[in-house]
Design a protein around this ligand. Structure first.
Ligand code: PXP
Length: 243
């Protein structure tokens, strides 16, 4: 079935630039409002343990000032569950987190941490939050996401985006198989990480994927063509892939 494909714009790196100088500019909330006016369907923000980009105050401001649903990315820690239950964003995406990493380097090991995750997922789902698990396109991880009670999986597309040569097709096939598996389990399927104008088409063409979350490339491209143009071009490519 060919479903509607939403675009979640991740505005973390607007905050990265703001924090480089410690002031208020550029404001990720302003970027989120511009994303809303440019065709985004949602805003994604990752509140990291070290607060290297998004800060606690940004979460409340994003929910209050922006018309789009907020997808809060967070680690599975008691501190973050308290934050999520306080703000009740539309969605929470649970991601693995290591302080020393530059970005979310791999998917969450739901198989391994299943028993820790189960009560956190239950608390978030119980508060009416749509919970997704950010996992590698690995069928066992998707089975485990279903088992812990998450209604959504987000497939990590980093390996696909980084792949060169014949690895490219192999990594794409993994994402395609994982999306098909999520569908058979009745899970909603999202995807993201590393997507660009050059890599988005085959992922957007997977008919059961309903949301792409894209950040770093869009914010980087905004330097050259502006955020509105970058988002509109990404949306055009997504529509083309689905046509
Ligand atoms: N989805 C998740 C769960 C992520 O952690 C990230 C990175 O914060 C993204 C999507 C977006 O990745 P990128 O910034 O590479 O587009």
């Amino acid at each position: 079935m060919n479903r509607v494909l939403r675009l979640g714009v991740n505005i973390d790196h607007v905050a990265t630039i703001r924090n480089a100088r410690g002031g208020l500019h550029p404001d990720p909330v302003r970027a989120a409002k511009l994303a809303a006016d440019s065709g985004a369907d949602g805003i994604t923000a990752h509140l990291r343990e070290d607060r290297r980009h998004i800060a606690d105050e940004d979460i409340g401001r994003l929910i209050q000032a922006v018309s789009l649903p907020l997808n809060l990315e967070m680690a599975a820690t008691p501190e973050m569950v308290v934050v999520a239950l306080r703000h009740k964003p539309h969605a929470v995406c649970i991601v693995p987190e290591r302080r020393e990493e530059r970005t979310t380097e791999g998917g969450l090991d739901v198989v391994r941490y299943r028993e820790n995750l189960r009560p956190m997922v239950a608390a978030l789902v119980g508060a009416g939050i749509r919970v997704s698990m950010f996992v590698e396109p690995d069928l066992r991880q998707i089975d485990a996401a279903k088992d812990v009670g998450a209604p959504v999986v987000e497939l990590h597309t980093g390996a696909y985006c980084d792949a060169v040569g014949d690895q490219h097709e192999r990594q794409l096939a993994r994402v395609v198989a994982a999306a098909a598996h999520a569908e058979t389990l009745g899970l909603e399927c999202h995807a993201g990480h590393g997507l660009t104008f050059d890599t988005v088409l085959p992922i957007a063409a997977i008919p059961t994927i309903t949301e792409l979350n894209i950040g770093h490339f869009l914010i980087g491209e905004a330097i050259f063509i502006g955020l509105e143009a970058a988002i509109r071009q990404m949306r055009r490519l997504m529509a083309e892939a689905r046509a």
